[in-house]
Design a protein around this ligand. Structure first.
Ligand code: ADE
Length: 261
């Protein structure tokens, strides 16, 4: 998968070079390019924002640098020209299915969840457009829809200063699902949200720590009992912390919890 991120704070994205995602890039499993939006400005001050039409607080990002940036990145170019592996040109017949997904972080976007993460992990190309301030001029998104599948995306119902933290979250959540990125793929199946539930509590050595014992069943060696305990504890935790998830699971499949009895 190739990911391009456009931001006025490229340094914000440096952690993408660390840990599992850094290793994934070195192994060629994931290609990440971070671009400075100011590279597509044409004035002396490298201006990227202006006051909102109609008045009000804050600043809105200008359409011109974003338009140039998204045109170039679509072609696989940064401000200085081509970068990374070649990208397919847009099909003559305008087959929109082949267009890259343009992720636009915004508190007014679709909420990111593991289902969407899985969908995005099946894409060959993602472009993330990190806005700041009060957002990006709306015409940029309308215009971009001619060569991207535009996906306004929210991390949750709260407001961040800009899209960079969301870009980190998306690339990490998606990147770890790419084949070969996580060493033991079964850990991807057994974790929170993969089956619509939160994961059970986890324990390791020592068997007793500060007066608290690891639950006996986990030390019993009975795999069936351990699996049953994990499922029950996952359910218990979900009911307590995220009853909304449990309700959604039962609404989608009324027999979803039958195996828990
Ligand atoms: N930018 C500002 N707030 C955001 C949020 N909640 N999710 C994604 N991007 C954002």
């Amino acid at each position: 998968m190739r990911v391009d991120v456009v931001s006025i704070f490229p340094a914000y994205l440096e952690p993408l070079g660390l840990s599992l995602l850094g290793r994934a890039q070195r192994l060629g499993l994931l290609e990440v390019h971070v671009h400075d939006l100011r590279g597509w400005t044409e004035d002396r001050h490298r201006t990227v924002d202006d006051t909102p039409a109609g008045g009000g607080a804050g600043m809105v990002m200008l359409p011109e640098p974003w338009g140039r940036a998204l045109d170039a990145v679509r072609r696989g170019e940064g401000p200085e020209g081509p970068v990374g592996s070649a990208v397919p040109a847009r099909a003559e017949d305008g087959a929109a299915d082949d267009d890259p997904v343009l992720v636009v972080p915004s508190p007014s976007g679709r909420r990111l969840d593991q289902r969407l993460v899985r969908e995005l992990a099946g894409e060959p190309r993602l472009v993330v457009a990190c806005g700041r301030y009060e957002g990006v001029d709306e015409r940029v998104l309308v215009d971009a829809a001619a060569r991207y599948r535009v996906l306004p995306l929210s991390l949750g119902d709260y407001v961040l200063n800009g899209g960079e933290v969301a870009a980190l979250a998306v690339v990490e959540a998606v990147g770890r699902l790419l084949p070969g990125v996580v060493g033991n793929p079964t850990s991807l199946v057994e974790e929170s949200h993969e089956d619509g539930l939160l994961e059970n509590p986890a324990y390791t050595r020592p068997p007793v720590w500060r007066g608290q014992a690891v639950p006996d069943v986990l030390l019993s060696g009975h795999h069936g009992e351990v699996a049953r305990w994990r499922r029950q504890e996952g359910l218990r935790r979900t009911a307590r912390r995220r009853p909304d998830l449990l309700n959604a699971l039962v609404a989608a499949d009324p027999s979803a919890l039958d195996a828990a009895e």
